[in-house]
Design a protein around this ligand. Structure first.
Ligand SMILES: Cc1cc2nc3c(=O)[nH]c(=O)nc-3n(C[C@H](O)[C@H](O)[C@H](O)COP(=O)(O)O)c2cc1C
Length: 315
């Protein structure tokens, strides 16, 4: 069943900007919020103090609702879970693990809780734990991924749960939004498209790599250790694949990957950086303001669907 995500998220458009570690800063989250989507600040590997500062910075840039993404493998996850309550963050999305032990406190604080899932069983588990919605993410996505494609994951999750399903993985234009609705998703989460937004504060080399990428320019590393990650092809990604073929251990692989996303984001290190991006990079051909990306995406989606997805937001 399709739900009114704008009502749940207090947005104009049923769109969440993906929480992207090192990437999703106050500037991007505020720009997306101002444009009518739900912007997210990604806690990624932040300390609690850093996250608090970033939330306060975002609040200074927008009066609209925004959320926080917490990667549960962050060693500070317990403290980050408290920061979002103390700072009155309205929506929290979670990745890389179960938010089970935080849900009760978050719900008491009135937080809308939306875990990222990559399978039907996990979506059901999250619904039973009290999640308000799930983001079902297909393997096309950038960053840490599961195995199922968006095309098959979304309808199966939509059949299995009665909470809203948000589609992630491969959505970069209005066709993706319309398709996601057809598959049973009430809205979308978009990551890769926003890498090439004006307000995204990543190194220009990173943006140019996304813009220039073709359909076949991503690959998946880390499968051997059970933590697959989709990045753009470069020498680091090829080196990791070679190491995995040789049977390198998790520790050996980690020694090469540690700090590599930061090297891509901050230094634009074309050789040693990890340029996480999804297969939809092939659909991205220009850098535009987040507001233009969102307006273009939804104008196209609404034309294809023949109905409006937009709601006027009360500030
Ligand atoms: C550079 C990058 C970093 C990401 N970091 C996170 C993260 O910290 N937490 C998370 O839940 N998802 C993370 N993701 C996944 C996104 O939030 C989003 O679900 C995904 O990008 C959607 O698919 P798309 O890339 O095809 O748009 C990341 C994705 C990218 C591209």
């Amino acid at each position: 069943m399709l739900h009114d995500l704008n009502h749940l998220l207090n947005t104009k458009y049923p769109l969440i900007q993906g929480g992207m570690a090192w990437v999703a800063s106050a500037e991007l989250a505020a720009a997306v919020a101002e444009a009518g989507g739900l912007g997210l600040v990604a806690a990624g590997s932040m300390t609690p103090d850093l996250l608090r500062d970033e939330i306060r910075r975002t609040k200074r840039m927008t009066s609209r609702a925004f959320g926080v993404n917490i990667m549960l493998m962050n060693p500070f996850a317990d403290q980050l879970a408290k920061v979002v309550v103390e700072e009155n963050v309205p929506v929290v999305t979670t990745g890389a693990g179960s938010p089970g032990r935080y849900i009760e406190d978050w719900k008491k604080a009135g937080i809308t809780v939306i875990p990222v899932v990559a399978s039907v069983a996990y979506a059901r588990r999250m619904e039973n734990l009290g999640a308000d919605a799930v983001i079902a993410e297909g393997t096309e996505a950038g960053g840490h991924i599961g195995e199922l494609t968006t095309m098959v994951l979304i309808p199966q999750v939509a059949d299995a749960v009665s909470i809203p399903v948000i589609a992630a993985g491969g959505v970069a234009d209005g066709r993706g939004v319309a398709a996601a609705r057809m598959l049973g998703a009430s809205g979308v989460q978009v990551g890769t498209r926003f890498l090439a937004s004006l307000e995204c504060r990543i190194h220009d080399n990173y943006k140019q790599m996304v813009v220039k990428a073709r359909d076949i320019d991503t690959l998946v590393t880390g499968r051997s250790g059970g933590h697959p990650v989709r990045t753009l092809k470069n020498s680091l990604a090829r080196h990791l694949i070679e190491m995995e073929k040789r049977g390198a251990s998790f520790e050996e692989l980690e020694a090469v990957t540690i700090g590599s996303l930061r090297r891509a984001v901050q230094d634009g290190d074309l050789g040693e950086g990890s340029f996480m991006a999804g297969q939809s990079a092939g659909l991205v051909s220009c850098i535009e303001p987040a507001a233009v990306i969102i307006q273009t995406m939804f104008a196209q989606a609404e034309q294809l669907l023949g109905y409006s997805l937009c709601r006027e937001v009360v500030r």
